[in-house]
Design a protein around this ligand. Structure first.
Ligand SMILES: Cc1cc2nc3c(=O)[nH]c(=O)nc-3n(C[C@H](O)[C@H](O)[C@H](O)COP(=O)(O)OP(=O)(O)OC[C@H]3O[C@@H](n4cnc5c(N)ncnc54)[C@H](O)[C@@H]3O)c2cc1C
Length: 325
């Protein structure tokens, strides 16, 4: 993984950001290593990887591509591929998962709407039973991978309010009638698109339902529990690289007749940062282990995710400052 990050991701990271997409050869390389949707079972083209192994891979990808685009692509497919494998119908799994694992289709998550993303119990996009399955109506916004799903094929696991009661979690392919997509022009993390999908009675076959009809909210929340561990791991990988980059600079840059790193004030700060990175890394591993062991132990995973993500952002700040001339 470290070699893949150094040889393939690092040389491409600026290009990923400036061209606004992950090059096909990078995705092919990930597919060849079995990294795409790696927790998916071997029956459907994955490695059947544990959360611990997936978390280690996320760390290396976050470290390899500092733009974070590849890490987001990786963790979406890992987390939501796992959920489709656990809760999808056999037909849907046979049809979708091998394509995702081979890098021939994108799989993302669509919960956020223009009116908000935290309070999902109040979402407005609806699904209604029809002769062939369901029709979806409404809009999802700030979705990662809208353009990738158009270009490669694939779609998003989409949380909807069932007009008959409860919530429905559906795989909605991005291509098809009744869908309109839009790419947002935002700043940062340019290598994977952010956008919206508008559904105007978009037909979705019944085989694309995940879990029990009306119980989609629980399935989606289970997915967030799994995906959060991978988000944290990618952040800590990036934080570790920022620290290493800062350290290399401190050894090389001389002021007042000695390298910057010889000054005690800077050494103290670095030791604090390293200690935090190490502590958070092991917390990540524990959360991944807990996910493997008790999938539903959401509270431990969620609590540590908030701590780790906030800490990873804080950790990159001084490391970046130490490096910036
Ligand atoms: C780059 C990017 C990619 C994304 N990718 C996806 C994706 O692939 N799929 C997807 O579905 N969504 C995606 N999102 C959306 C993301 O999940 C939402 O931004 C997030 O859920 C928060 O929703 P919101 O932005 O609507 O904020 P809101 O829900 O409107 O919240 C506004 C603010 O209030 C705070 N807040 C909310 N509730 C409380 C509370 N109870 N107490 C205190 N403070 C609170 C929030 O922390 C936030 O700061 C993406 C967002 C970004 C920026």
């Amino acid at each position: 993984m470290r070699r893949f990050g150094d040889r393939v991701l690092r040389p491409n990271e600026r290009r990923i950001d400036s061209e606004g997409r992950i090059p096909d050869e990078v995705l092919r390389g990930m597919a060849d290593l079995g990294l795409l949707a790696m927790p998916v079972s071997t029956d459907f083209g994955g490695l059947g990887a544990s959360s611990v192994l997936t978390e280690l891979a996320a760390e290396e990808i976050g470290r390899g591509d500092f733009s974070m685009a590849t890490a987001v692509f990786f963790l979406l497919e890992a987390g939501w591929g796992f959920i489709l494998d656990r809760h999808g119908t056999p037909e849907a799994k046979r049809e979708i998962l091998p394509e995702v694992c081979a890098g021939r289709a994108f799989l993302g998550i669509a919960t956020t709407e223009p009116t908000g993303g935290s309070d999902l119990a109040r979402l407005r996009t609806t699904s209604t039973r029809s002769a062939e399955g369901f029709t979806v109506r409404g809009e999802k916004a700030f979705l990662s991978g809208v353009e990738e799903a158009q270009r490669l094929g694939g779609g998003h696991l989409t949380l909807t309010r069932a007009t008959e009661g409860g919530f429905r979690f559906l795989y909605v392919p991005t291509r098809g009638p009744g869908r309109t997509t839009q790419r947002f022009s935002n700043m940062g993390r340019m290598g994977i698109s952010t956008g919206a999908i508008h559904y105007d009675d978009a037909p979705v076959p019944s085989r694309y339902l995940l879990g029990a009809d009306g119980r989609g909210f629980e399935v989606a929340m289970e997915g967030f529990t799994v995906a959060r561990t991978f988000v944290s791991a990618a952040c800590i990988g990036a934080a570790e690289r920022a620290l290493e980059t800062g350290m290399a600079y401190l050894k090389q840059r001389e002021v007042f007749g000695q390298p910057l790193g010889k000054f005690e004030a800077i050494q103290f700060e670095l030791v604090d940062l390293w200690t935090q990175v190490e502590a958070i890394k092991w917390q990540c591993r524990r959360a991944a282990w807990l996910t493997d062991r008790y999938l539903r132990s959401g509270s431990a995973t969620q609590r540590s995710e908030v701590q780790r993500t906030v800490a990873a952002v804080k950790l990159t700040r001084p490391a970046t400052r130490l490096r910036v001339r």
